[in-house]
Design a binder for this molecule. Structure first.
Ligand SMILES: C[S@@+](CC[C@H](N)C(=O)[O-])C[C@H]1O[C@@H](n2cnc3c(N)ncnc32)[C@H](O)[C@@H]1O
Length: 258
């Protein structure tokens, strides 16, 4: 591991607003702040909003600055990325943001039922071949439902035509009310101060000439979940840090069939 990374991990250990909880640690002891983030950490009872797969945490920090009456928690498994947002929050003295380093799959171990009011999912890997790993699959919806309020919102911002189409189909199959959906956010006329926050990955996609997709829906509680039964064309381009896939590479949004 490089010196730089080691220094970042060292910094994270000492940050009071960063919680690092790999699976091994959870096996030893439960997360003591589950259900108590408000009273134990934020010292208020304001709504809690998560950014999942937060990377450098641009949304967690950006929203925290815009909404002092809400609390924000960025979650990612990669500490070196999270360090950027965590450091910024500390340096700027932003009191309503925290970071949690863990696997999203374990999220119900960190939040009690109804403890979370909104979830942002920013530029996730579309996981075209592995539906179970896709962050808007019904497997994850079941998990999010466990921690969200009954009118809890989910926001997805993505470069990927596959991820966006899949999510729209999943939302339709499960009858979740859609508040906003656009496959070209910055030409839709709805981009505002919030939606214009740009993440690290988003910047790169924009530089490659990609359009940005956005959907916001209500994760109403469901007893049964329906995986959409549709064939969605794979994205034809290779993503940053995403695994190799078949099909030609292109900076355009061409699509090839599964
Ligand atoms: C493509 S990056 C996007 C990062 C950031 N949201 C952005 O837009 O710049 C996806 C992020 O999700 C994180 N991630 C993916 N699956 C995860 C999981 N199951 N648990 C925790 N983090 C995950 C990765 O570590 C990575 O930082």
């Amino acid at each position: 591991m490089g010196k730089n990374k080691l220094k970042k991990f060292d910094d994270l250990q000492g940050y009071p607003h960063v919680f690092q909880y790999p699976f091994a640690l959870l096996k030893e002891r439960e997360f003591e702040m589950r259900g108590k983030w408000g009273e134990s950490f934020f010292k208020n009872s304001n709504p809690i909003v998560l950014e999942l797969g937060c990377g450098k945490g641009e949304y967690a920090v950006g929203l925290a600055k815009r909404f002092p009456q809400k609390n924000f928690i960025g979650i990612d498994i990669k500490g070196a990325r999270m360090w950027s947002g965590a450091k910024q929050a500390l340096e700027e003295g932003i009191p309503n943001v925290a970071f949690l380093r863990t696997h999203i799959e374990l999220i119900d171990r960190f939040f009690a039922p109804g403890e979370v009011s909104e979830i942002w999912i920013t530029f996730p890997d579309p996981q075209m071949k592995k539906v179970r790993k896709r962050l808007t699959s019904t497997r994850f919806m079941q998990l999010y439902q466990q921690i969200l309020t009954p009118d809890g919102l989910i926001h997805l911002k993505s470069d990927s035509p596959f991820m966006y189409t899949y999510t729209c189909e999943m939302v339709k199959a499960n009858g979740y009310p859609v508040q906003v959906a656009t496959d070209d956010l910055y030409h839709s006329g709805i981009a505002d101060d919030i939606l214009e926050i740009k993440t690290f990955y988003e910047q790169q996609w924009l530089e490659r000439g990609m359009t940005i997709k956005y959907i916001r829906f209500v994760c109403q509680p469901r007893e049964q979940f329906v995986e959409p039964d549709v064939d969605i064309p794979y994205d034809s381009y290779r993503s940053f840090n995403r695994g190799k896939r078949s099909g030609k590479q292109s900076s355009q949004e061409d699509t090839t069939s599964k």
